[in-house]
Design a protein around this ligand. Structure first.
Ligand code: MRU
Length: 347
């Protein structure tokens, strides 16, 4: 059973004082929610990809702070705020590239500083972070769809959909809105090794909405573009530097290079909570290195030659000059530069 609202599935649900996360490791074969009443378990769920996608991780972490506050206040009421620090750090460290995680935790910290007990506004703040992300996605959907010409085909990478956000999606939000406006002919979804977010999650979301979708291996993208089959590449982001450089799922940079070569436009869709103005340029963005097992194994069986080692960076950085448009809820930045990003963030 899907939990639908605003045309899309919910990856993160707060219900009856418990956090429920749609286990994205099981999709598309099984739609199963896991329940969490403990902040450390939410940190593990983030690290283990039960919940993934930068905005969704931020929302889940915000609710985890509520769980931590309630637990420590019940056990050690005189020191509950101090004792929460370890939980918050554990959450912040769970996935280093997705800046929405630290952004959401910072918002919760500000709220925490002002409250006398866990029931004074923390849950409201987490719900606000969640709800505002959905509204931001819908606005980005409208703005991004305006950039797309009629009846065009698009290529997307990883999953930047409802599953990766509070709801509706960033890149897939644009595709949803453009589809409603009759502008989408076809969606191509990169399989996205090694977690297969494209073939498992993006394709699933598109099928749910009857948007025609074709899955391809990442290596097929240049061949697809050479045949003139796509007009836009549309992706999300985990962190955007102050100069407009974009960190996103590994393989995004390849797509941007190949897109520029073939004259295909490249759009990044991300809320302003993904923009990190403290980081000047992309090479300062921490890139999460995950276990080599994710590359060397398939369904718990080793497929790579014994004796070889694996390298598994989860993200890469696309330089701003390969990006045609960054779409945020505050507006669109065409051909991003540090100056244009600063103007967006100060408006
Ligand atoms: O490793 P993941 O699945 O969390 O990576 C997700 C992505 O790279 C998304 O494109 C990004 O977080 C934006 S989601 C709206």
């Amino acid at each position: 059973m899907l939990e639908n609202n605003n045309d899309s599935v919910h990856a993160v649900v707060w219900e009856g004082g418990v956090l429920r996360l749609l286990d994205q490791r099981l999709l598309p074969h099984k739609v199963e929610y896991l329940s969490y009443a403990d902040s450390a378990e939410v940190a593990s769920a983030i690290r283990d990809m039960v919940v993934r996608g930068a905005p969704a991780i931020g929302v889940a972490a915000a609710y985890a702070v509520v769980l931590s506050a309630r637990a420590w206040y019940a056990r050690v009421p005189e020191r509950w705020k101090d004792l929460m620090e370890t939980d918050i750090k554990q959450l912040a460290d769970a996935r280093p590239t997705a800046v929405n995680l630290c952004w959401a935790l910072e918002k919760m910290r500000v709220c925490l500083a002002e409250c006398e007990n866990p029931e004074e506004g923390l849950l409201d703040e987490a719900k606000r972070i969640h709800a505002e992300d959905v509204v931001a996605c819908q606005r980005m959907g409208e703005l991004g769809a305006e950039l797309i010409e009629s009846r065009c085909s698009v290529l997307t990478h990883c999953n930047a959909g409802a599953l990766a956000t509070g709801g509706y999606g960033t890149a897939l939000g644009v595709i949803r809105s453009a589809n409603k406006a009759g502008k989408i002919q076809h969606v191509y979804a990169d399989e996205t090794r090694p977690w297969l977010q494209g073939s498992r999650l993006t394709a699933w979301e598109m099928v749910q909405e009857k948007i025609p979708v074709t899955v391809l291996v990442e290596g097929a993208a240049a061949h697809l573009m050479k045949q003139g089959k796509v007009q836009w590449v549309i992706v999300g982001s985990d962190r955007i530097a102050a100069n407009g450089d974009v960190a996103n799922k590994i393989g995004t940079y390849n797509l941007a290079v190949v897109a520029r070569y073939h004259g295909v436009k490249f759009m990044v869709v991300a809320p302003t909570s993904t923009i990190d103005m403290r980081i000047g340029q992309g090479d300062q963005i921490p890139i999460e290195l995950r276990s080599e097992d994710e590359v060397m194994m398939n369904q718990c069986k080793r497929v790579a030659a014994e004796g070889a080692v694996g390298w598994n960076p989860a993200f890469d950085v696309t330089p701003a000059d390969l990006v045609d448009a960054i779409v945020t809820e505050k507006g669109v930045v065409l051909e991003p530069t540090a100056k244009k990003m600063a103007a967006l963030m100060t408006q």
